[in-house]
Design a protein around this ligand. Structure first.
Ligand code: NAD
Length: 294
């Protein structure tokens, strides 16, 4: 069985790593937060003392970090991890980062005889826990075939989006849609409740009608409508508003690059920036609901 080094055990990385353990992979894990390493070590993973310790003897490296700067910091430069990997190692970079940044790491990895895929995910923390994530993959199709059993242990949809960086392009398009849907749902929930509707009744009517969307199915932003949604847990857990703001910024960069017109994405970014200014960046992105209530 392959040995996998897993770096970045946050909201997403920890449950993803847990599913690899359940599937029988040998795992070496590292995060800057010791408690996350300890939690997985109790479940059978080998604790590493650093990222370079984690990759010793690894056949596959998976990273799940916040943003481009963390990923470039991990892999590139004189102390970068790419220099510590044996040729033939598979690098599966699952964070959501700028397509340009992913291409930079791809190029450096290829120069060192390593195979890399950018493989951002969709499905949230619930999908990570259930092993039902969607992977959007950029890189060589032949590399994807080698990595498929690893992805299959963490997800149920595996898409080859295209060459290097294409996974990241697909991901920012998807998250722009998600943010716009979340804002539209929050706005409508507040409108209906302000006009006398019960939140759960309104949510169910819209879910079953033409306004139905993923946020109404799985992630209602109104507290108490869905027991397990972050909104019902004080907007804790889930996907942080600051990460959504980051993704919307990446979408705007991509739009700038291609000259695309993305007014909804631009507005969504402005609304998320407002939330960050209110000190809500560390809360789940459905906290956008609070922009529309007293
Ligand atoms: P998170 O902040 O909860 O986790 C990131 C982890 O990386 C943290 O535990 C942090 O300590 C660790 N880390 C940072 N730098 C490190 C380093 N140099 N070495 C080792 N560990 C390091 O974030 P998350 O919610 O798990 O998201 C991770 C990525 O997945 C982001 O790019 C995010 O945009 C994307 N994503 C998140 C969700 C979601 O619902 N949370 C869904 C899809 C995609």
């Amino acid at each position: 069985m392959k040995t996998i080094a897993f770096i970045g055990l946050g909201h997403m990385g920890l449950p993803m790593a847990r599913n690899l353990l359940k599937a029988g992979f040998k795992l070496k894990v590292f995060d800057l937060v010791q408690a996350a390493i300890d939690e997985l070590a109790q479940e059978g993973a080998q604790a590493a003392s650093s990222a370079s310790d984690a990759v010793q003897g690894a056949d596959v490296v998976i990273s799940m970090l916040p943003a481009s700067r963390h990923v470039e910091g991990l892999y590139l430069g004189d102390d970068g991890l790419l220099k510590a990997l044996k040729p033939g190692t598979l690098v599966l970079e699952c964070s959501t980062i700028a397509p340009e940044s992913a291409r930079k790491v791809h190029k450096a990895a290829t120069e060192r005889g390593l195979e890399m895929l950018d493989a951002p995910v969709s499905g949230g923390t619930a999908g990570a826990a259930a092993g039902t994530l969607t992977f959007m993959i950029g890189g060589q199709a032949s590399t994807l075939e080698k990595a498929r059993p690893v992805f299959a242990a963490m997800g149920s949809h595996i898409f080859h989006a295209g060459p290097e960086g294409a996974g990241q392009v697909a991901k920012v398009c998807n998250n722009q849609v998600l943010a716009v849907q979340m804002i539209a749902t929050a706005e409508a929930m507040a409108l209906g409740v302000a006009n006398g509707l019960e939140p759960a009744v309104l949510a169910e009517i819209m879910r079953q009608s033409s306004g139905g969307n993923w946020t109404l199915e799985k992630y209602n932003p109104w507290p108490g409508v869905m027991e397990n949604a972050p909104a019902s847990k004080g907007y804790s857990g889930g996907f942080m508003a600051e990460l959504m703001a980051k993704d919307l910024g990446l979408a705007q960069e991509a739009a700038q690059h291609s000259g695309s017109s993305t007014p909804m994405g631009a507005l969504a970014l402005q609304l998320y920036r407002l939330l960050l200014k209110q000190g809500k960046g560390q809360q789940d992105f459905s906290v956008v609901q609070q922009l529309f209530v007293e």
